[in-house]
Design a protein around this ligand. Structure first.
Ligand code: XBP
Ligand code: MG
Length: 236
């Protein structure tokens, strides 16, 4: 059995991408008077680019009405991203996001079993703070020994930096841990750090077909497609 659980945030704890970040980006576009919008299909495509600001910049390359110079695009992306995060915090505080089934129970059970727990995400500390306060309450941080966020790394997922930093801070070897992830970039990041993954795909990341799983996935990735399998009893 593992000694520590390393939790991804976006898509893993809640469907934050579809119901949170995407909606908040669209509100930020409207706030800025831009006729831009990301529907679920387009946002799903853009999700392979991790980092909200980076995602905005990538999308601008496909828009005729985006600023011409890289400097102007940078500054617009920074402003929109800032506004998006304000809107995200508002949505979260209004209760727009619910924990995914099993998440809170699994956290509780892991704690009861004496497991160590960490947060390993490449979103910002502020976004994590907003979401966790809503999902777990004001004292949420007591439950996690280590908190690695976007500010702590130079390279976002799928780069393994965030996971490597978490291992270093926990003082544990990768095989003593399990990463809980929902996405392709998250899976790649954990795998590249040598950490076995419990993969519970979120809406934007359809589960890979079984014939494509082996041998790349096993034994490093356990795919969880049903809510009833997302329990400590089934996973450990
Ligand atoms: C998810 C991401 C983030 C979010 C938006 O990371 O890639 O970019 O989509 O958050 P993870 P920001 O699953 O590792 O938590 O706007 O703060 O980037
Ligand atoms: Mg994720």
């Amino acid at each position: 059995t593992p000694k520590a659980l390393l939790w991804d945030v976006d898509g893993t704890l809640a469907e934050t991408e579809r119901d949170g970040h995407r909606v908040a980006f669209n509100l930020a576009f409207a706030d800025a008077g831009l006729p831009w919008g990301w529907d679920e299909r387009r946002y799903g495509e853009l999700l392979h680019i991790t980092g909200g600001r980076e995602r905005l910049l990538a999308d601008m390359l496909h828009r005729a009405d985006a600023p011409r110079t890289p400097e102007a695009r940078e500054s617009l992306a920074r402003a929109l991203h800032h506004r998006k995060n304000q809107r995200y915090a508002e949505l979260v505080a209004a209760g727009a996001l619910l924990p995914r089934p099993g998440v809170l129970d699994l956290m509780r059970e892991a704690r009861a079993q004496g497991l160590r727990q960490a947060i390993v995400t490449t979103t910002s500390r502020r976004n994590v703070q907003a979401l966790m306060t809503e999902l777990l309450g004001r004292r949420w941080a007591d439950r996690f020994e280590v908190l690695v966020c976007g500010e702590d790394v130079r390279d976002k997922k799928p780069h393994p930096e965030a996971y490597l930093l978490a291992l270093q801070r926990l003082g544990l070897p990768p095989l003593a841990c399990r990463a809980l992830e929902d996405s392709g970039p998250g899976l790649s990041a954990a795998r590249a750090a040598g950490i076995p993954v419990w993969l519970r795909p979120s809406v934007y990341f359809p589960a890979p077909r079984p014939e494509r799983l082996a041998p790349v996935f096993s034994p490093f990735c356990q795919l969880i497609t049903r809510d009833e399998d997302f329990t400590w009893e089934r996973l450990r």
